[in-house]
Design a protein around this ligand. Structure first.
Ligand SMILES: [Zn+2]
Ligand SMILES: [Zn+2]
Length: 383
């Protein structure tokens, strides 16, 4: 069984498929063509699957060695609603969407893994579920797949992300926290003032008070960031109403802090603003919990990487403050999320994710696809 060969033999197909999705990028919630293309390719390979009304494609491969556990492999498939500036020959021409996070590659490498696993199905027991997930960027897709029960029979979930912080041939697979949680805040202030604005000084004072949370409420070693990103307000010249609307975000690695921050924010805004005669209303929504890798699953993935690409392929990175809706799967079952190197040693692909000039080294898809296959195979065959 030569997993690397089964994947490398598909390299041209992977590249062509990735470029086709890239050229026809569809943002979160609009992945109609993307899902149809994936479905078409799975049908060609005789792989059983369904397409949901919200553009998820869920494929199933039963192992030939009898019953066993079920492992899910996840690849997200959506683009961002932004114009592309890469100048690539396969750039998306619509200027409505761009694959600026590498999810075109995630879809292509999961498809290649599906074909390889289908060829190798006599070598494992149990079941592999392939989750081609829409709407990752809006943090809605994973939640919907979980809500529909597709994770109910899954014992372990594995996910990957293209990573330009590492060269092709290396990957970061570490236990514990990997991505921060993300919580959004909507805060509205109103006052009865008509001669001068009270909401402006009240908002300034409350925002400064918020910055003391990291020294008063959270342990110093914990990452905690509260950022107000958008503020509109003051006295409306026509109606005379003194109001303010603010939108912000909070990032932390610690689920206990994420659970408390709404209460802290409400207390600070309500009480600080009250001193200025201003009423504050605070609402918040947790968009994604932190991604926390299960130690046992991480060990299987790390060993799979070393088996395929040698000890030197293992390159730990620190956790990142970016969030990932993979956490919705991890709330249902243990799993592991890996970062797959997609840069060159001379840093040719230096634009970060979500940049209008983002691109990645397509050879990284060989590592991503091979690791999907090796992980599923090793997980299902473990004693
Ligand atoms: Zn992204
Ligand atoms: Zn992404």
């Amino acid at each position: 069984m030569d997993i690397k060969k089964l994947i490398t033999d598909q390299f041209e197909e992977m590249v062509a498929f990735r470029r086709d999705l890239h050229e026809h990028a569809e943002s979160s919630g609009n992945e109609v063509r993307t899902a149809a293309r994936i479905s078409e390719e799975l049908t060609k390979s005789g792989i059983e699957h369904i397409v949901t009304p919200y553009h998820a494609v869920i494929a199933t491969i039963h192992g030939g060695r009898g019953p066993g556990k079920t492992v899910a492999l996840r690849g997200d498939i959506d683009a961002l609603a932004m114009p592309e500036e890469t100048g690539l020959p396969f750039a998306c021409k619509t200027r409505q969407a761009m694959h600026a996070c590498g999810h075109d590659g995630h879809a292509a490498q999961l498809l290649a893994a599906a074909r390889a696993l289908n060829q190798l199905k006599e070598s494992f027991p149990g079941t592999v579920k392939l989750l081609f997930q829409p709407a990752e960027e809006s943090c809605r897709g994973a939640a919907q797949i979980v809500a529909d029960g597709f994770l109910n029979d899954v014992d372990c979930v594995f996910g990957e992300h293209q990573c330009n912080n590492l060269p092709v041939g290396e990957a970061d697979i570490e236990p514990g926290v990997r991505h921060a949680s993300s919580r959004t805040f909507l805060i509205d202030l109103t006052s009865d003032s008509i001669e001068h604005s009270d909401v402006v000084p009240a908002a300034c004072a409350a925002l400064l008070d918020m910055q003391t949370l990291s020294s008063r409420e959270t342990p110093p070693e914990e990452m905690f960031v509260f950022s107000m990103c958008d503020i509109h307000g003051g006295i409306d010249p026509e109606t005379g109403r003194d109001t303010m609307h603010m939108e912000g975000t909070c990032r932390t690695f610690n689920p206990a802090i994420n659970a408390k921050v709404e209460e802290w924010t409400r207390r600070i805004f309500t009480e600080t603003c009250a001193a200025y005669g201003v009423t504050a209303t605070v609402s918040s929504e947790c968009i994604a919990e932190s991604v926390i890798n299960d130690p046992a699953c991480t060990m299987i993935a790390k060993n799979a990487l070393k088996k395929l690409f040698g000890k030197e392929a293992d390159h730990p990175l620190p956790p990142t403050t970016g969030s990932e809706d993979f956490s919705y799967y991890l709330a249902k079952c243990p799993g592991v999320f890996a970062n797959i190197g997609t840069n060159t040693p001379d840093n040719r692909y230096h634009y970060p994710n979500h940049h209008p000039k983002f691109d990645f080294d397509e050879r990284g898809m060989i590592v991503g696809a091979s690791l999907h296959v090796q992980f599923a195979h090793d997980y299902l065959n473990q004693k």
